[in-house]
Design a protein around this ligand. Structure first.
Ligand code: SF4
Length: 339
């Protein structure tokens, strides 16, 4: 998804609503920093208007997104009234369409029929893993088969489909996550999001962590794993629209995350590792005392890495005196050239 096509998303959070489950990693109140309550029509339009004012007049695809709970698990009346409020903005031409996230086992023809009369374009499914043992250990309450069924129903109705997966779940490992990634890629969604499992205060995982029964992925290992998943999806032509948790207020408060590979710039860490790998593979066949790396101007910081980490690694690994990063507009976004 290029920046041009990237929608401007107006999030309306429905923390844990419509969800009778308690996945071991979940503490939706901690994630959104809000209490459970279906927002009133007034609250919804206030929230949406605030975002629209912030957006200004720039022309871009705008979507209202219901996130944070299990949208299709809500009572029919609530689903309809939320969609009705959001649809008013579409009718007025201020917003293009609606999107929401939901569980794979909430997708069936009956619920999808409710959506018919509303301008819903995009549906995201919390898939998390395609390994049934990992799903069971995470107490997800659904299987990989539910995900396959859900995707096929959504495809029949031509929705844009986003699949969310997690790495570092209990019972999972790097090979397992990559194999889940392959199975998700085979479903050919329009985009994916990859989230690291972190230990949230108040979750079941927090108890397991305190008892030593769950060990989260170390940050570096997690970045490398997510990088490999990113490359896998990219190879299959699938957009990865997010890597890492959103730095919301709730997440930045130290008390909410007890442990795990959380980093406010997680995605940037992944991209800079990708650029480092590319530079290393070129430099392995070159011998230079000073090197200049040309990248698209957009990728200067990805090439440098956080706090110039990549520069330091390259200098050390290849015993070079200087590494210069030169912006070059003629290069494609994922390319680099070394002299
Ligand atoms: S399905 Fe989603 S909202 Fe429900 S417990 Fe699991 S993570 Fe939380």
């Amino acid at each position: 998804m290029t920046a041009l096509h990237k929608p401007f998303i107006i999030p309306v959070f429905l923390p844990h609503m419509g969800c009778p489950h308690k996945c071991v990693f979940c503490n939706q109140t901690a994630i959104t920093g809000e209490k459970r309550k279906i927002p009133s029509p007034g609250e919804i339009s206030l929230c949406i208007n605030r975002f629209l004012d912030y957006k200004g007049e720039k022309r871009r695809r705008v979507q209202i997104a219901f996130y944070g709970g299990n949208f299709l698990g809500l009572k029919q009346d609530n689903i309809k009234s939320l969609l009705y409020e959001a649809a008013k903005f579409v009718t007025k031409g201020r917003v293009e369409s609606i999107r929401f996230s939901t569980r794979p086992d909430s997708i069936d023809d009956e619920r999808l029929d409710i959506l018919k009369e509303f301008p819903v374009a995009t549906i995201e499914l919390g898939v998390q893993s395609m390994d049934d043992n990992v799903l069971a250990m995470s107490r997800r309450g659904h299987t990989s088969f539910d995900t396959e069924q859900a995707v096929s129903l959504l495809k029949k109705r031509n929705y844009e489909i986003g699949l969310q997966m997690m790495v570092g779940l209990p019972g999972d490992d790097d090979a397992g996550a990559l194999s889940s990634g392959c199975r998700i890629a085979e479903l050919y969604p329009d985009f994916v999001r990859i989230y690291p499992t972190v230990v949230l205060d108040g979750s079941v995982l927090a108890d397991w962590y305190k008892k030593g029964e769950y060990v989260p992925l170390p940050l570096e290992q997690c970045v490398t794993l997510v990088k490999n998943l990113y490359l896998l999806f990219k190879k299959n032509g699938i957009n990865v629209i997010r890597m890492g948790l959103q730095a919301s207020e709730g997440l930045d408060r130290e008390s909410t995350i007890l442990a795990g590979p959380y980093h406010p710039a997680f995605g940037a860490l992944v991209y800079s590792e990708i650029f480092l790998d590319k530079a290393v593979s070129i430099l392995e066949s070159k011998k230079n005392d000073r090197i200049s790396i040309r990248v698209n101007p957009k990728n200067i910081s990805k090439m440098r890495g956080l706090k110039n980490r990549n520069i330091k690694i390259l200098k050390q690994k290849f015993h070079v005196r200087s590494v210069e990063i030169i912006p070059d507009m003629t290069l494609e976004e994922d390319m680099l050239e070394i002299e």
